[in-house]
Design a protein around this ligand. Structure first.
Ligand code: AHR
Length: 502
């Protein structure tokens, strides 16, 4: 047992929290849309074909902005295919995921679904196989209220009022050799700058995200951000970051250090963006849109990749359907803590993804929908996080990481609002329980501990499955007390917790 001490002091404010940090991501991929959120024959399906059980879970998850329609998919997507009468929409080959896209869900249907789940739309434009003209067409279709041929078309398709999409992504992972239309940083930076300038001419109110690296381990990481921002600094508001983590070689302890990587990633991108600002003698600060983050067993997916025959292009195949266990959820909770610890620069983030595809929510066609283990840290953090993020320096034990040296066992962040204080904390040690002593005296004598949630399993590989969908959940922390303004609680090894004081 390691005694872990910390003090929560509202003067250690990081920043106000942009709720867009609790965003999600829906891509036309596998069974995400078709047989996921959209299953017209399902017993809970509404008149539009959307599963009501999935809508309820997405609402419970508490997702703010949802990035759509990709991902790798967007780099070959023609948005016009997804509007107009459904029986006239083309079937297309999706080269990114080797599937057939039926286009039965497009912009209008997705906005209808967002209205049901209570989330806002963030749209990505295709800068892979397409360019500025098509991005402008989509922006005019989505956001303009002036009478034009495009807006008449939108009205005829059922939406007289603009969609009024605020956040726009300029392509996806353009640094990745796997990306359709992949190009070097100079070429992408010039294209993104031209496109952004045109988009702002059409709608100056939008916020634009330029593609950063698709991972910190990319060989061009750092130089990509610098070059792209040299071209686009004046044109964009955000640069994107993408990161996925997984346990490798059965080394759970190393996996539990993943958030250190995310932290270094964020800090490096901030430093690079601020370097470009310095060179340009600008006070402008580029914000980060961490618009893909999660645990993803990418190596398993590569090993198990199905090889299709030349004429096999399935509709909505089972792809990237990772099953998450308790250990994954602890790492995931720590990633969320890390995003909040950088609330001053991470002003938007998208959990990748939402349903069936590396997702907190799973569905069975004609069957149930259930919460994966990662559902709990997200839904609880989204619900309990207050208005402002507070730094919580922690005095704790450490473990040795091959990649990061000595890593603190315990990591934490707090938030405050008029109603009270929330604390999010993780014990990354695989061996030592953490005996927490947290000083909350800065908030006076009147605080009470009103909620606590612990995610921990004696078997860290326990998971929720179709056969046993409620195997893993959260429970109150046994014996947690707040006395004389000090919280005392024991976090077992490999656990994540959230506490609310009011
Ligand atoms: O989220 C799955 C894929 O991961 C996305 O399509 C792509 O952007 C990333 O490489």
């Amino acid at each position: 047992m390691t005694i872990t001490r910390a003090r929560i002091d509202p003067r250690a404010e990081i920043a106000d929290i942009d709720r867009r940090v609790f965003g999600g991501f829906v891509e036309h991929l596998g069974r995400h849309i078709y047989d996921g959120i959209f299953e017209p024959g399902h017993e809970t399906a509404d008149a539009d074909g959307f599963r009501a059980d999935v809508v309820a879970l997405v609402r419970e998850l508490g997702v703010s902005t949802i990035r759509y329609p990709g991902g790798n998919f967007v780099s070959g997507y023609r948005w016009e295919d997804g509007v107009g009468p459904k029986d006239q929409r083309p079937r297309r080959l999706d080269l990114a995921w080797h599937a057939t896209e039926t286009n039965q869900v497009g912009l209008h249907e997705f906005q209808d679904w967002l209205d049901k789940v209570g989330s806002d739309l963030m749209l990505a434009v295709n800068l892979g196989t397409r360019g500025t003209a098509e991005a402008l067409d989509l922006l005019e279709y989505a956001n303009t209220s002036v009478a034009t041929t495009r807006t008449a078309e939108r009205a005829a398709n059922g939406r007289p009022a603009p969609f009024a999409v605020k956040m726009w992504g300029l392509g996806n992972e353009m640094d990745g050799p796997w990306q359709l239309g992949h190009r070097n940083a100079d070429d992408y930076g010039k294209l993104a700058s031209r496109t952004a300038k045109g988009m702002r001419q059409l709608d100056p109110s939008i916020e634009l995200v330029v593609c950063g690296s698709s991972g910190r381990s990319m060989p061009t990481f750092g130089s990509w951000e610098r070059t792209v921002l040299e071209h686009t600094f004046d044109d964009v508001d955000f640069i994107s970051c993408h990161a996925y983590y997984q346990e490798r070689d059965g080394d759970a302890q190393e996996f539990l250090a993943s958030a250190v990587d995310m932290s270094k990633f964020i800090e490096s991108v901030v430093e690079t963006a601020d370097h470009v600002a310095a060179v340009k003698k600008s006070d402008k600060r580029i914000m980060l849109s961490f618009d893909e983050w999660n645990v993803w067993y990418l190596s398993k997916w590569d090993e198990q990749a199905v090889t299709y025959g030349p004429d096999e292009w399935p509709v909505a195949p089972r792809q990237l359907e990772d099953q998450y266990h308790a250990l994954d959820a602890v790492v995931f909770g720590d990633l969320l803590i890390t995003l909040l610890q950088h609330a001053d620069r991470v002003r938007s983030a998208s959990l990748a993804q939402l349903v069936n595809v590396i997702a907190p929510i799973m569905t069975e066609p004609g069957g149930i929908a259930w919460r994966q283990t990662t559902f709990f840290p997200f839904s609880i953090t989204s619900r309990l996080a207050g208005e402002r993020a507070i730094r919580v320096p922690v005095d704790t034990g450490t473990f040795a990481s091959a990649q990061f040296g000595e890593v603190p066992n315990v990591n934490a962040v707090a938030t405050v609002d008029d109603g009270g204080v929330s604390l999010f904390v993780v014990n990354r040690s695989t061996t030592d329980a953490a005996d927490l002593r947290i000083d909350l005296s800065a908030f006076g004598e009147d605080l009470a501990l009103v909620e606590s949630h612990l995610l921990h399993e004696d078997d860290p590989y326990a998971a929720n499955t179709l056969a046993d969908p409620e195997r893993v959940g959260v429970r109150p922390i046994d014996g947690a007390t707040l006395e004389a303004s000090t919280l005392t609680a024991v976090l077992p090894p490999v656990s994540w917790a959230a506490l609310r004081f009011a």
